[in-house]
Design a binder for this molecule. Structure first.
Ligand SMILES: O=C(O)C(=O)C[C@]1(C(=O)O)C=C[C@@H](O)C=C1
Length: 430
């Protein structure tokens, strides 16, 4: 992995001024203008390849899924895999007539010849960027951050692009400044990184993979500084949470301050020559910013692991020849025991769930139920995020989602992607 030097981070302002989407050797910073809206207006057309692929009576293209362009794109991978199997059937039974039946209308007559969908190749399944250059991966933080290490694990030959916020990493991909974003979503000690769950819904990117990274924290200070001199520890809030007990055991029951990322904390201590402040960060951050390691492995549990997801503009085609995971998000507005019904759609098909997370339903956070006798009940409304162990190319998953759609008012597939099957070793990787 090629990493941009610590001093060469870029700001999003400079991106907005850049006329063409070339990688810029700086850290990306936040922009006021919504990249998502720019991207939308630039490409708000229906892909003929996808429209040709959608059976008009398909469950997944009606109701909650398929109402908006977002849902439409999110369903793309499912539909593509369905069409592949439909086309295989067509080949067996012969002729374009069957394709017409699958599509529900004479699509082949309507699609202009230069807009015909390109055949899938093996490169559609590989992480190689379309422009043929080194893959550019946006991450939040500065060099030495765990997210940078995760980018290197996911795409070993990548050019890692530091961004000052998660939002910026999403925008970098949407604006074609990066090919992928790698973002933390949960940690075994600290729990979910809620911000990224919310951003997954607000943006239109697709989850195309996951990596799990053992996180090995060190306590860093300027050379010559001893533990006794320290009266403040700074780091990313997740890192502070992951080391809470150990810090107390080390006698460092002192001020703890949250900053944007672990390596940024190390950089801050070094840049400001802070002799009373320590940072929690990786050993690589100690190297990069010339700090000493005062204590090694200070996470509260040695099996401290963070899960990251890789995001891209297009979904990958789901497969069944290796373990896949699928991530969905849904909401419901009526009915009883909806969560139970949704979860049983997976249980009855022997599909294991690996994660469930709920977040406030931002568009409609509260539902009021008036009863003249007892007053007004105020129910909180949620978005439910579920990860399950099956590929969208697996008919069990397709049927489960068709059933889930019956109980939900909104359903989006965030991605169907290969599971990280790296053998478990809680040793250091930073
Ligand atoms: O600050 C960093 O180094 C990050 O990459 C962020 C982050 C996170 O958001 O959880 C990633 C892994 C660790 O769990 C701690 C911090």
């Amino acid at each position: 992995m090629q990493s941009l030097a610590p001093s060469s981070t870029i700001s999003m302002k400079s991106i907005m001024r850049t006329p063409s989407p070339v990688p810029t050797p700086h850290r990306l910073a936040f922009t006021i203008q919504s990249a998502a809206s720019r991207f939308d207006s630039a490409s708000n057309t229906t892909n003929p390849a996808v429209s040709a692929a959608v059976p008009s009576t398909n469950n997944l293209s009606s109701g909650g899924v398929g109402k908006s362009r977002t849902d439409w794109q999110s369903s793309c991978a499912i539909l593509a895999s369905k069409v592949v199997s439909q086309q295989q059937n067509t080949e067996k039974t012969g002729g374009a007539d069957n394709i017409t039946v699958v599509n529900g209308h004479k699509t082949l007559d309507l699609v202009p010849i230069d807009n015909l969908p390109k055949p899938l190749t093996i490169t559609d399944l590989s992480p190689a960027p379309m422009h043929g250059a080194q893959i550019r991966v946006a991450y939040q933080g500065v060099p030495g951050a765990y997210s940078e290490a995760a980018a290197g694990k996911a795409y070993p030959q990548c050019e890692a692009i530091p961004c000052d916020q998660f939002e910026v990493a999403f925008q970098a991909v949407e604006l074609w400044i990066a090919d992928r974003a790698v973002l933390p979503v949960e940690n075994s000690l600290g729990g979910s990184i809620h911000r990224n769950y919310d951003l997954l819904l607000r943006h239109r990117l697709h989850i195309v993979g996951e990596v799990q990274l053992p996180v090995h924290h060190c306590l860093l200070a300027l050379p010559g500084v001893r533990k006794e001199y320290i009266n403040r520890v700074i780091s990313h809030p997740q890192a502070l949470a992951q080391c809470e007990l150990t810090l107390t055991k080390l006698g460092l029951n002192i001020t703890r301050e949250a900053v944007d990322d672990t390596a940024g904390a190390a950089e801050f201590v070094a840049a400001n020559n802070l002799r009373d402040t320590a940072a929690i960060a990786s050993a690589r951050a100690a190297d990069l910013y010339n700090l000493n390691i005062l204590a090694d492995g200070i996470q509260d549990d040695s099996s401290n692991i963070t899960r990251f997801v890789m995001l891209a503009r297009e979904p990958i085609i789901p497969r069944t020849d290796r373990p896949f995971k699928t991530s969905i998000v849904f909401a419901h507005d009526k009915g009883t025991s909806v969560l139970f019904k949704v979860l049983s759609a997976f249980a009855f098909r022997n599909i294991s769930l690996t994660k469930i997370e709920s977040r406030p339903h931002r568009n409609r956070p509260i539902r009021l139920v008036d009863d003249a006798n007892v007053g007004t009940a105020k129910h909180f409304e949620y978005m439910f995020y579920v990860d399950f162990e099956a590929s969208m190319a697996d008919v069990r998953a397709q049927n489960a989602l068709a059933e889930v759609q019956e109980f939900t008012s909104f359903l989006r597939v965030l991605g169907s992607y290969p599971m990280d099957m790296t053998p478990w070793s809680p040793s250091r990787e930073d």
